[in-house]
Design a protein around this ligand. Structure first.
Ligand code: 4NP
Length: 162
């Protein structure tokens, strides 16, 4: 069974699809596609069915990363289904935990910035109402965080195999 990662933001059109596709890019490069699977979702239903925001798509393309997928809303069943759930900011984190009233899955939910080693930000800033530089910052921050995340997950999988 592959290890399943879910990236979560508010709209699922900017930050979490960028994180999902960056992670898939790193997973492909590491030849780990059969061991790790990624998806993304939004805590809101605002943009359900929409493709990623074109400003985010443009920022990702400058790093050779194509954004694929359509927005969907986070569901309670995702908490059971995924092994690790990465929130972009603290609001997302709280909203995810609101779906987990018993606290059963709390240990699976993390802030993605906890895995970044070259950036000091604790949250991925919402770029939606800002200019293009905000989207570039999100890509740089997510590249850093996803590299750290991949190293961490690979270590966990190696320990699990012993
Ligand atoms: P995301 O960005 O959560 O990174 O997908 C946003 C997308 C849409 C809205 C806010 C943030 N919105 O308010 O519609």
């Amino acid at each position: 069974m592959p290890y399943k990662l879910l990236f979560v933001c508010l709209g699922n059109i900017c930050r979490s699809p960028a994180a999902e596709n960056i992670m898939n890019h790193l997973i492909d490069r590491a030849d780990l596609s059969d061991r790790l699977v990624c998806d993304s979702a939004g805590t809101s239903s605002y943009h359900v069915g929409s493709p990623p925001d074109r400003r985010m798509t443009a920022a990702a393309s400058t790093r050779g990363i194509k954004l694929q997928g359509r927005a969907r809303q986070l569901q309670r069943s995702d908490l059971k289904e995924f092994d690790l759930i990465l929130a972009m900011d603290r609001d997302n984190y709280q909203d995810i935990l609101t779906l987990d009233s018993s606290g059963e899955y709390r240990h699976k939910v993390k802030l993605i910035c906890d895995f970044a080693s070259h950036h000091r930000e604790r949250e991925v800033p919402d770029p939606y109402y800002g200019g293009s530089e905000g989207f570039d910052r999100v890509i740089n921050l997510l590249l850093d965080a996803c590299e750290g995340l991949l190293n961490d997950v690979v270590r966990q999988l190696e320990v699990g195999q012993d």
